[in-house]
Design a protein. Structure first.
Lengths: 535, 50
């Protein structure tokens, strides 16, 4: 293998920037990124808890007023400045580069724990057939915590490895490395073209099977019965905005990176609407499937749906195994459910890693293979050292909570303020989005991104800071949350500032002739004013 | 299922899945454009003030 530092070796040879071969592949990949674990295990419970059927109203308002406008902001920056997050932001304004590195580091943290959950889900596909949890007297809960994760009583960081988690995690990383090395078209596009249809078919079968279970109707009744009083509660509206924001993968740097691989004359807004509604369409399907299954669980236990309703790890690894044990053809339900988690997770993990790989590829000016290996292998090693251990669950829980709120949310707030009020770039970006898009944007979009966006994100962030300061997260020791929660979130900012000061070498993509040509063509095509119907 | 739950289920499906169908129809009415036509002209002539 050639050394990455060799001056004339393959790693430094310039490669043409890849573009998605077709719009369909971009949309599939963007939907693959947006549809993740959250769609399956988070949305159903968020909707149920926040007004049931009535949640549809704040949810749709959040999609149209925040989710889609912010998605378009990402698309505009990535497509206009045609680079990974740090490079695209830098090309927009030198001072904005730091935001790109912040997103790269956020993606690094998410990637290292995301792989662990995919590995757990893969193991549970197998356990669904063997019904492994039935051997534990405490059932699925006892099996997950004691037999499978072997969770330590001490909230700490140990290197006491659990082989049954390490091996599947290693396989997840090997598959991911192969996909990432293959590049945008041969790797990311192909993986999404296979995994996404598979995910949809599997999930539809799961939902159909679930709605015919005894008690399913009670679950659907609980899920869709509207509680209109909830709409008067600001927390319900914040939950809708928060959910949409995380669900659509906006402000992670992912959509900036993916849209940088779109052809110049792409219909950005038209594609964006498909991505946003496909993501929501999948969530609705998940809500139906999950609550039908929970209705069955309640029916079997002789309890009400509200007693069994749960989300996240509890839903997937404790409630669902119970359903698998009790339902007719339960093994099939388990394989379909956990298989869906694996595919939804893998397509999201790929997009998260692409943010990091693209950033380093641009910064180093290396070819795809060496740039991918130099990024993904260390990330995989760190992931494999920290998470397949008896304390991996604690670390995952804290890092996930803090990186979401004080990484993604905080970065998104700074991003909309910087690009809106700070740099005043929204008119220029709207013009760019309107060049070849079927749905034109006008003042409404600028108000939503520059005004509603910061207000909604700011409100959510203040709420989160208050709740995390007032009580120790998950009851973990102060030092643990301090180091892996607050400390980690702070370190991301410090790291981003340091990375933004590392100079771009002459081999990097900072002076890319291909971009100069793109820039000239974009400017040549600019329309004088938005035309057609406005957003 | 109660009547109101059924109504809200149908409204949710119509708005979200209907929104997806509308978005797909909109996209299909605007076929993908190739990148080459205008670029070459602008690049070759060096005329960026079109």
């Amino acid at each position: 293998m050639s050394s990455p530092s060799s001056k004339q070796g393959a790693p430094l040879a310039s490669e043409k920037r890849e573009t998605f071969n077709s719009r369909k592949l971009f949309i599939l990949s963007a939907v693959g990124s947006a549809v993740g674990l959250g769609n399956i295990w988070r949305f159903p419970y968020v909707a149920y808890e926040n007004g049931g059927g009535a949640f549809l109203i704040p949810y749709l308002v959040a999609i149209l007023c925040a989710g889609i406008p912010l998605l378009f902001l990402d698309y505009a920056i990535g497509h206009r400045y045609r680079g990974s997050a740090p490079l695209a932001y830098r090309r927009a304004n030198r001072k904005a580069e730091v935001l790109g590195w912040w997103q790269v580091l956020i993606c690094f943290v998410i990637a290292i724990y995301y792989a662990a959950i995919i590995a757990w889900a893969a193991m549970y596909c197998w356990f669904s057939i063997t019904k492994a949890w039935e051997s534990n007297p405490e059932g699925a809960s006892g099996f997950f915590m004691q037999d499978f994760l072997k969770v330590s009583d001490d909230v700490n960081v140990s290197f006491d490895f659990v082989g049954r988690i390490f091996v599947p995690m290693l396989i997840v990383w090997l598959i991911t490395v192969i996909i990432m090395v293959a590049g945008v078209n041969k790797g990311i596009s192909r993986a999404n073209a296979v995994f996404m249809p598979l995910l949809i078919v599997m999930f539809v079968i799961l939902v159909v099977q679930s709605v015919f279970l005894p008690g399913a109707v009670d679950g659907l009744n609980a899920f869709f019965t509207p509680n209109f009083e909830a709409l008067q509660n600001p927390a319900v509206w914040a939950a809708a905005f928060g959910h949409i924001f995380f669900s659509l993968s906006v402000a992670f740097g992912i959509m900036v990176t993916y849209s940088s691989y779109m052809k110049r004359k792409s219909d950005l807004t038209g594609s964006g609407y498909v991505v946003a509604f496909a993501n929501s369409g999948f969530e609705l399907l998940a809500g139906i499937g999950v609550f039908a299954a929970l209705g069955f669980m309640a029916h079997n236990a002789g309890s009400s749906v509200d007693e069994v309703a749960t989300s996240g790890i509890g839903l997937a690894f404790i409630a669902f195994p119970t359903i698998v044990s009790q339902a007719p053809l339960g093994g099939l339900i388990g394989v379909l459910f956990f298989g869906s988690l694996v595919f939804a997770g893998l397509t999201s993990l790929i997009s998260i890693l692409e943010v990091i790989v693209a950033a380093f590829q641009d910064k180093l000016g290396w070819k795809r293979t060496p740039a991918t290996l130099v990024v993904v292998l260390p990330v995989a090693c760190i992931s494999l050292i920290l998470f397949p251990t008896t304390t991996g669950l604690y670390l995952l829980d804290t890092m996930d909570a803090f990186v979401n709120q004080f990484g993604i949310l905080a970065c998104a707030l700074v991003l909309v303020i910087v690009f809106g009020a700070g740099l005043g770039m929204l008119p220029k970006l709207a013009k760019h989005l309107n060049r070849h898009s079927s749905i034109k944007l006008g003042t409404g979009w600028k108000v939503l991104v520059g005004g509603i966006g910061p207000a909604a994100l700011g409100y959510m962030l203040i709420n989160e800071v208050q709740s995390k300061i007032n009580e120790s997260y998950s009851g973990y020791p102060l030092w643990f949350n301090g180091v892996f929660g607050w400390g980690m979130a702070g370190a991301l900012i410090v790291g981003a500032v340091i990375l933004s000061f590392v100079p771009w070498s002459k081999n990097s993509k900072i002076n890319d002739p291909e971009f100069e040509e793109h820039q000239q063509n974009v400017e040549a095509e600019e329309l004088p004013d938005p035309v057609g119907k406005e957003y | 299922m109660s009547g109101v739950a059924i109504v809200f289920m149908i409204i949710s499906m119509l708005t979200i899945w209907g929104g997806l169908v509308l978005a797909l129809i909109n996209l299909s009415r605007h076929p993908e454009k190739g990148d080459d036509d205008v670029i070459e002209t602008a690049g070759a002539t060096g005329n960026n003030s079109l």
